[in-house]
Design a protein around this ligand. Sequence first.
Ligand SMILES: [Zn+2]
Length: 436
Amino acid sequence: MSTARSEPPTEAALVERIALLEERKAAIAAEQSEAVLAFAIAHAESQTAAGDVDPEALERSIAAQVGLACRVSPTEGRRRVRIARDLHAGHTRVRELFAAGRLSEYQTATIVAATAHLSPAERAEVDQELADRRVEALGVRRIHDLTRSLAAQVAPEKFTARCRAARTGRRVSVRPAADGMADLTAHLPVEEAVACYAALAAAVNEVAVRPEPVTRGRGQILADTLVERLTGQATARDVNIEIQVLVPVEALIDPDSPLPAQIAGHGPVPVELLTTGGGRRTWRRLITRDGVVIGGDSRSRLFTGRLAALIRARDGHRCREPYCDAPIRHIDHIRRWKDGGRTEFTNGRGLCAFHNHVRETAGWTVEIADGVVTTTTPTGAEHLSRICPGRPRRSEVRRSTDAARWRSRTRRHAGWTSAGGHDRTVRARRRPQPAP
Ligand SMILES: [Zn+2]
């Protein structure tokens, strides 16, 4: 730390420091990757020693624990586990550059992903070529292209098989974006994607040769044509939609309430923008308090209909587990149905397919108390997620049978947030581990 009287560092010294810190970031990432691999091996050994384990369930459990420890999604956790594993299976030179801070985490991950389908021996060939060509001096795009073409040269049949397998992963997804927009993405075989784009681009020419003046930009014409052709409507604005609108309970009582309405899962949108088209529109109102949907009960064993819609909306249409942003695929009984858990609003939570499976894996437990869901991993780390609206009053906390646990949790955690039902919070408390 510099004192007030000392000279401020020169610009050159600052740039040097930035460069040094960048190197250290990469070196620390390399060290973390070593720890990820060591944990994966140790956990696999301890679980296998304890009895028969389904390898897929074991991998899910490892990925989920690494994800929680790194505060990232389980998908990212799984990616990190695989990178750590493959780095130690052929990538000797790349691993050295990574540990020395000369290849960044992103550059290293790009190389490992592009050679994931190779055997360790084939990977070692690519690894040597990359080092000879001074891979650390290239940008990420060129690293990606070079690694892929080297991998194709080393194992041409595997390259073809990889491309063929990738085609089975074609899909379309929609993601909310800022300012009342959303991104519709199609992951397609390259020739089909190019054909789609060419068809849209031809529409721009059709508009240009019409006698009426062109009032839209090229991008706007492309986007409008996409909507018109997919929906079969005459114009893009005539869209038929069912909109779930989250209405603050205050707005029901006071019509002049300034609290905004929200489109479930997509954030706030000015209502007047949605009412300018000529399409058919259904509105479904979900009432909220403090940004959290409040509502219903059911005797059914499954979460269906309105109750499922309420839970999905409360959870913001994203998986409830900490750091996971995957879309909800299942409504899970927090306390299992077979353990007497009821199909009701406070016992339901939205989970992605991954987390719905991982909770059933040996060593994982899920409990609910005072509206807080505690997920305990096989190593004893606990992760909390608040499910119910509002913060329990102090008096309720003290009266609760779990008061001591609650107090220790709330002391350790700086505070609960309450934005849009996404108030996930986490604290990792490690139980003492038996000596190895
Ligand atoms: Zn999830």
